[in-house]
Ligand binder design. Structure first.
Ligand code: ARG
Length: 292
C-alpha cells in the first residue's frame, strides 16, 4: 500500500481558505495650513509645468482648492488659513512655506526671486499663531516641498531647489535624522512631486526622478514601497497626502489608487488641474502642522 500524505489536522488546515487579513489602516487627525488661491496665476516660469502663455481659470482654481479644503474638513482634519498676498501667485502652495515638526518651525528660503517674499510671509503667520520655536534658515530650502517626514526621520530633496547644505541645518535644528536625496528630473523639481509618505514607515515614489545613488538608498530604506508608473508620475500622482488611511491624490493617477487600495488604504481622487498649470497639486497646497 503506497504511503499517502497524512490527513492534515484541523488546526493546521482550517476548513476555509485563510487569506491574509487586510491591514487595518487608521487615520490620525491632522492640522493643515492652506492658502486660498485668490491671487493664483501663472505669470512666470520656474518649473517645466509653468507656461505663462496658457490661460488660467482663476474661478475654477478657487473651486478646486475649496473642494480640497472641504475634503480635509469632512475627514475630520483642521484646516488653518493664511491670508494670500497680491503679487505672490504661487503662495497657494503652502507646503513650501515652512517645515513644522514637534511644533518647531524651520522657515523657508526660496530659490527664485519670484517667491522669496513668501518665506517671511509664512514665518509671520507662525509668529502670530503662538509658535515660539522658529528658525530662520541660513540655506535655501523650500519647506515641505523638499522635506518629508516619515515617522521620526526626514527625507530631504535637493538638486533643483533646496540647497544640500540645508539638510545638515534641518538635522541640527530638529534633532532628527535627515536623509538627503538627489532629484534629477526637472518635472519633479521638489521631493513631494516624486515621493509621498503613506505612514510612519511606508512611501510611494517614482525611482526615475532620483539619481542612481538615491534610488539605491530608497530601495534600501523602503524595500516594499509602492513604485509609480511613468503615467502616474506624469500626472503628478505622487503629489499626494495621507492621513494614515485616506490618501488624497490627483484623480488621474489610477494605478497608484489601485495599488493603495490593495494595501488597505482608501485613495480619494482630487481634481486640481488648474493648479497643476503651476506645477502643483494636493500636497503642494497643504502644509502639515505637527505639534510637539
Ligand atoms: N510654481 C511653484 C514652484 O515652482 C509650484 C510649487 C509646488 N509646490 C510643491 N510643494 N511642490 O515653486
Amino acid at each position: 500500500m503506497p504511503h499517502t500524505d497524512p490527513i492534515p489536522s484541523a488546526t493546521a488546515y482550517p476548513s476555509t481558505t485563510v487569506r491574509p487579513h487586510p491591514v487595518m489602516r487608521t487615520a490620525t487627525l491632522r492640522r493643515y495650513l492652506m492658502c486660498p488661491p485668490s491671487h493664483f496665476d501663472v505669470t512666470y516660469s520656474i518649473n517645466p509645468w509653468m507656461e505663462p502663455e496658457k490661460p488660467v481659470d482663476a474661478d475654477k482654481a478657487l473651486v478646486q482648492w475649496e473642494n480640497l479644503r472641504t475634503l480635509y474638513r469632512d475627514l475630520g482634519h483642521t484646516v488653518e488659513e493664511i491670508e494670500p498676498i497680491p503679487g505672490l501667485p504661487d503662495m497657494v502652495f503652502a507646503a513650501n512655506g515652512a517645515t513644522v515638526v514637534d511644533g518647531k518651525v524651520l522657515g523657508a528660503r526660496f530659490r527664485h526671486v519670484e517667491r522669496t517674499a513668501e518665506g517671511p510671509a509664512y514665518l509671520n503667520w507662525f509668529k502670530d499663531h503662538g509658535y515660539g520655536d522658529i528658525h530662520w534658515p541660513e540655506h535655501i530650502n523650500e519647506g515641505e516641498g523638499d522635506y518629508l517626514v516619515v515617522g521620526r526621520r526626514l527625507l530631504a530633496g535637493t538638486g533643483f531647489r533646496t540647497d544640500a547644505r540645508s539638510h545638515a541645518e534641518a538635522q541640527e535644528y530638529f534633532g532628527l535624522p535627515v536623509t538627503g536625496l538627489v532629484l534629477v528630473n526637472p518635472k519633479h523639481y521638489h521631493l513631494d512631486t516624486a515621493l509621498a509618505v503613506l505612514s510612519d514607515h511606508e512611501i510611494m515614489y517614482y525611482p526615475a526622478a532620483f539619481s542612481p545613488g538615491s534610488q539605491k538608498v530608497l530601495k534600501e530604506m523602503f524595500p516594499d514601497a509602492i513604485v509609480a508608473t511613468d503615467e502616474d508620475a506624469a500626472v503628478f500622482g505622487l503629489n499626494a497626502l495621507s492621513d494614515g488611511r485616506h490618501v488624497l491624490l490627483p484623480e488621474t493617477a489610477t494605478q497608484l489608487a489601485a495599488d493603495l487600495r490593495k494595501r488597505g488604504f482608501e485613495p480619494i481622487g482630487v481634481d486640481l488641474t488648474e493648479l497643476l498649470k503651476a506645477g502643483g497639486s494636493v500636497k503642494c497646497c497643504t502644509l502639515e502642522l505637527r505639534e510637539s
